[in-house]
Each structure stands twice: as C-alpha cells, then as structure tokens.
Write a protein that binds this ligand. Structure first.
Ligand SMILES: Nc1ncnc2c1ncn2[C@@H]1O[C@H](COP(=O)(O)OP(=O)(O)OP(=O)(O)O)[C@@H](O)[C@H]1O
Ligand SMILES: [Mg+2]
Length: 256
C-alpha cells in the first residue's frame, strides 16, 4: 500500500498555544481517512500545514515520499493535492462555473497562447469548460452553473467548493468539515458524493468532520488527535470502542 501523504512530528505553536504537538500520521492512497478530535484539537492547523498555508515550527511533510516542507500553497494543485476550507471560501460574486474554473487554473496551459487568444488556447478553454460541466453534473450543480454563488443555499455552496477542488484533477483531496452546517439531506448528498469521488475517480480523501455517524460510516481508517497530539488511530470500530477517545469526547461534553 502506497502512502500518498505523510507528516512526522509536526509542531505548531501560536504564542503560548501549541496547536499541533508532534503529530505523526500517514495517508494510504485510495482510502477515505478521517481526522477527528474535540474543538481546538489542531485539526485545521494540521490541514493548513499539510497544504502549506501554515509553516510548522518543526517536523517533516512528504508527498509520495518527497519532502514538501518548503512548498507553497500554490504548488499543491499541480502536485495533485487540493482542499476545501472549514469556512466556505468561494468568490461569492462570481458564478458557479467561474468558481469551478478557478480550481482548474493550473491546467490552463501556456499563458501567452491564452493572452493572444490563439486557437490552441481557445480549444483548451473549451475543454476546461466541458470538464467543469462534467464535474458540476457529478455534484448535481448543472442547474446552478450561471448563478452567483452568494445566492445559493449553504449546502449547495459546500458542493461548489468541492467541485472547485475537484477541477484541479487531484490525487488527494483534504476536506475540512465538509458537512458542517448542512441539514440531513445535504449531509446525505455530500456523503454520497465523497464516496463517489473516492470509489469512481480513485481520489484519496482525508477529511476532518465532527459528524460522527458520517465519519464512522464513510472512513476506512481514522486518526484521533487531542490537545494537538496523536491520541488514537484505527478502524471506525476500533475508534468507537477506544476508551481514550471516549474520554476525550466526554470531557468536551462536560465543559459545554
Ligand atoms: N492563527 C492562529 N493564531 C492563534 N491561535 C490559533 C490560530 N489558529 C489556531 N489557533 C489555536 O490553535 C488551536 C487549534 O486550532 P484548530 O483550528 O487547528 O483546531 P480544530 O481542531 O480545527 O478545531 P475545530 O474543530 O473547532 O475546527 C486552538 O487553540 C486555536 O485557538
Ligand atoms: Mg477546524
């Protein structure tokens, strides 16, 4: 089994707060892997480090065994890694189609050919639009292509964000709370889409989510972190019966 993504001993501190405290984990190609942990456990920070939006103080990052610790966020798409954000991060004033195309920007080809409107560039653009439409169809967004994102319901915006991420033709996609704020129907839709993306397109999925029934039903393997540190890892069944995990979550409930 190939490990597509790996981090070792990732440490990130913000002033006095240690957000990631020596986290080590590996993502096997072709799987759906979950990352769970109570609020503030360091999940988003770890995603930010892996996708290079955040530097680690110490630690190592590997994509297919190659060190990516010095790369920048804009290097990720061409390498084959893409993500969505915990808070929807779309161009609200632009259409669904435009937002999806933004995700494909690194596939556009020679910028000079584009600038001068050469036939090759026009052909390439048509191809990209066609692909964007196919992705939109897969995410049931075909009727929303010309609508401005700001006018779409929340659950639909979540799907647009996923469509944009898929437009870059990734090998692995990192989803930060893909169903947060969604109702039951939207959650069921997104769950099906994530499974489709994994099974039919062969894209590895690494997802953070608080919706436990979704995590447990969709993930092949789960990592649990707490206070920035590795707490447990295993299959959904193993995680559900792990006493350290149960304690970490019950502790969270006590506080609220
Ligand atoms: N830019 C920042 N500056 C200062 N502190 C931060 C910053 N980003 C995160 N933190 C802190 O780091 C810790 C981990 O935050 P992070 O957002 O990674 O947690 P999380 O597991 O994603 O939580 P949630 O489930 O609520 O999204 C928290 O204590 C948070 O307040
Ligand atoms: Mg988070």
């Amino acid at each position: 089994m190939t490990e597509i993504l790996r981090c070792e001993n990732v440490l990130v501190s913000f002033g006095g707060v240690v957000a990631c405290n020596n986290i080590t984990l590996g993502i096997t190609e072709g799987k759906i892997i979950g990352l769970i942990g109570p609020n503030g456990a360091g999940k988003t920070t770890l995603f930010n480090v892996l996708t290079r939006f955040q530097d680690a103080d110490t630690g190592s990052l590997y994509f297919r065994g190659a060190d990516i610790g010095r790369l920048k966020p804009h290097d990720m798409a061409s390498m084959g890694m893409t993500r969505t954000f915990q808070n929807i991060n779309l161009f609200a004033e632009q259409s669904t189609l435009d937002n999806i195309l933004i995700g494909a920007h690194h596939l556009i080809g020679n910028p000079f050919a584009n600038m001068f409107g050469l036939p090759r560039a026009r052909k390439n653009e048509r191809k990209l639009i066609e692909r964007a439409r196919q992705i939109a169809e897969m995410l049931r967004l075909e009727d929303q292509l010309n609508n401005e994102v700001k006018n779409l319901p929340y659950g639909v915006q979540k799907r647009v964000e996923m469509a944009r991420a898929l437009a870059s033709n990734p090998e692995i996609i990192l989803l930060d709370e893909p169903v947060a704020g969604c109702n039951e129907e939207e959650t069921a839709d997104l769950k099906e889409i994530i499974q489709h993306v994994n099974r039919e397109l062969g894209i590895t999925v690494f997802l953070v989510e608080h919706d436990m029934s979704m995590v447990m039903s969709i993930c092949d393997y789960i990592y649990v972190i707490n206070f920035g540190a590795n707490l447990a890892e295993g299959t959904p069944a193993e995680i559900q019966s792990n006493s350290d995990v149960i304690k970490a979550y019950l502790g969270e409930e006590d506080e609220t």
